[in-house]
Write a protein that binds this ligand. Structure first.
Ligand code: DAH
Length: 343
């Protein structure tokens, strides 16, 4: 009987002091103490020979033994796993420089738009932004294009859910009416943004594109101010020294004009940009029609102003010699990667 207690104590000691140094040794340990033919089994069988008054004590000792074997095994096992984990990174050079991830580049439309904005910011224009879902009044009526006005045909409009009131703005001129309703002159804003027209998508036209609108209202603003502002823009944007204003028509300006910049035909680039004529058409402009000022609560006897609006994609296509406007909306990373700019 004493033997059984002593044998059990001896095994407990073995269990606690065992120190397997390899995975294989640990497996041996498991088989020895926890396997189907483990060394504890015969000891359990000794129970029969233990006198009744000590059976409880022996039983507890056996439980301790079993528990100790399990605990020790689990502890050793997790030690080996931790070790394996840290071995996984043994070859890693933590001082090596990180692999560079690909940097994105600006979209060509953003590059051109930012350039236009910064040119006007230099002479005191501030950026104004507003909603793309616009109401009929701000997009058309306030801009002197009442319902049934034939000029509405100039811009095929997406109305929302068959509504006659809400639409996707057809031009950023709608920002003019938004600003004038809330701000007193002097007003000097530049309004960049996305616009929509119900047009068939092709290499040359798209149902969405970007415009930059300009508006300047103060006392005694004249056509000469408009002309000088646009000349400055042509110089900064295209390095052009000559512009021409061709008479045109827009409902919200009177008189109205379209502006071309003279780039010459002396280099391959300028020849291509101007289709050999030397002149590149850039924007529409004019003196704000007094009716527009009145519609928006500005006294047209005291104030006058000029406005202009230009498409961004058309300029981007020309400047980067891109043949198809759809490329600007597909967001193909291989295409976009080619553009780098400080703007
Ligand atoms: N809104 C015009 C368009 O989308 C562009 C434009 C022309 C804006 C003349 C103006 C302007 O402010 O004065 O075609």
């Amino acid at each position: 009987m004493l033997d059984s207690f002593e044998a059990a104590q001896a095994i407990l000691k073995d269990i606690e002091t065992a120190n397997p140094e390899s995975k294989e040794a640990l497996e041996q340990y498991r088989i020895q103490y926890l396997g189907t033919k483990n060394v504890l089994k015969p000891l359990f069988e000794h129970m029969k020979t233990i006198p009744n008054e000590r059976k409880k004590e022996y039983g507890q000792l056996m439980n301790t033994l079993k528990q100790a074997a399990e605990n020790k095994f689990n502890e050793l096992k997790s030690q080996f796993e931790d070790q394996a984990d840290s071995n996984k990174y043994a070859d890693l050079d933590l001082s090596a420089p990180a692999a560079l991830s690909d940097l994105g580049s600006r979209h060509p439309v953003s590059i051109v738009m930012n350039k236009i904005i910064s040119i006007f910011q230099k002479i005191g224009f501030v950026v104004a932004e507003d909603r793309e879902i616009e109401d009929d009044w701000h997009n058309f009526t306030a801009m002197n294009t009442p319902e049934d006005h034939p000029a509405r045909d100039m811009q095929d409009t997406y109305y929302l859910m068959n509504s006659t009131e809400f639409l996707l703005r057809t031009h950023t001129s709608s920002v003019q009416s938004r600003v004038m309703m809330h701000q007193k002159p002097p007003i000097r804003i530049i309004a960049p943004g996305r616009v929509y027209r119900n047009e068939t998508i092709s290499a040359r036209s798209h149902c969405q594109f970007h415009q930059v609108e300009g508006l300047y209202i103060d006392e005694n603003v004249s056509f000469a101010d408009l002309k000088q502002t646009l000349l400055y823009f042509a110089q900064e944007m295209y390095g052009a020294s000559n512009i021409r204003l061709r008479p045109s028509y827009f409902p919200f300006t009177e008189p109205s004009a379209e502006m071309d910049v003279y780039l010459g035909t002396d280099t391959e680039k300028t020849y291509r940009l101007t289709k050999g004529t030397g002149w590149l058409e850039i924007l529409g402009c004019g003196m704000v029609d007094p009716q527009v000022l009145e519609n928006c609560g500005i006294d047209s006897t005291k104030y006058s102003g000029f406005a202009f609006g230009m498409g961004v994609e058309r300029q981007a296509l020309r400047l980067y010699n891109i043949g198809d406007i759809r490329l600007l909306f597909e967001n193909d990373i291989r295409f976009l990667k080619q553009f780098e700019s400080t703007y």
